[in-house]
Design a protein around this ligand. Sequence first.
Ligand code: GLC
Length: 423
Amino acid sequence: MDNNKFSAIINTFSTSQQDLMDIAAAVRYDIEEGLKGNTSSLKMLKSYIGLPSGQEEGKYLALDFGGTNLRVVLIELHKNGKFTILKKVAKPLKVAGNYDFVGKGSCAKDMFDFITEIIDEVIEGNKNEEYFLGHTFSFPSSQTNIYNAKLITWTKEFATSGVEGQVVNDLLKESLSRYGFNNVKPIAVINDTVAVLLAAAYKSSDTYIGSIYATGHNTCYFESYPESNSQPMIINLEIGNFYKLAVNKYDTILNNNSELPDHQRLEKMVSGRYIGELFSYCLQDGLQLEKLPDFTSIDLSTILNDNSTTLNDVKTLITNHLSIELSTENARLIQTLAQNIVSRSARIVAATYCGILWHIFPNNIPRHNIVIDGSLFEKMPTVTDNMHEALHQVLGSDSAGINLVLENGGSILGAALAAAMSK
Ligand code: GLC
């Protein structure tokens, strides 16, 4: 292993305070250009939904579609942040060697029929009772109202044919009707970031920013349109598509080899779907490997969790993947690489939050909760510390009032709230 070459690779993942300030300023600029209808790297998608009053109640079906698992839940809202999960079924969208509803060669009909079969399981075949369904659909969709959401383009390497350009709830309705479930009524579609924000706002007011930091990464915020007569509502930024960022050699290789080159540049630098792959490209180059290894973000988490002096977990992981034995010194370099990839991710994400805060609170930033759901935020070692440090580097003393709050399971609660709010 060429240690100098490896150290140079590690350094390409450093982000300075100035880089973070530039990202925050560019995010704010793009939000404001997007609101004026000018060119922006942010899609600024209207959700046609505001914040909940807290008085929402009743029984709803909630569908969470957009990550590795598909979940359908029957849930009862009891007002003021309270709810009960009555029944829940979760299944992966892809099981290697068995089925795959998201890869190349999969189609809309099979995917939506799979969803209907899970709904069937949750409502136990009941074709008489009326169920209103809220749908958290975690992809960029252009909406004209709370029901009508058309998928603009798949992200996160999904490739199912026949969904892009379609109204997703129409596809769901067609499938429900093929199975005779005309009593299940899809009435609302929201992005997962919107769901997280609704879920948090149901429990406490004064929450305006919701974010997902998981397989994918995205953020939404509540836009009050202080300078126009537009109806206040939550805007899905699709921040994963932000591209005003300094990229390195490995970002470029990953982007060129991805399903949609030049889309989702920020997401490809920060989210769980991609950071393991970035690490793989670095090792391929650093260790001169013929074949690209297949490290995942879970491997990065294992590497970061090894606090021992001998780094045995790091060594074992690398031996299992690459059949090579590492010295402790080399294992340390590999761990530092993983740390830098993860800390760059967390710092970039935090800098984008600062740009959003600057837009919402142009004069001074009050105490504020940013609500976040997702495995990287919840479980990846070092992420929250890096985010807090980056907030401090950009916002200075104002960062003391910014809380990063975990909103676990917001996709389900948010879907039910959207259904309740639009019924
Ligand atoms: C991707 C999707 C976005 C979603 C995010 C988190 O970035 O484009 O809509 O919110 O993943 O799931």
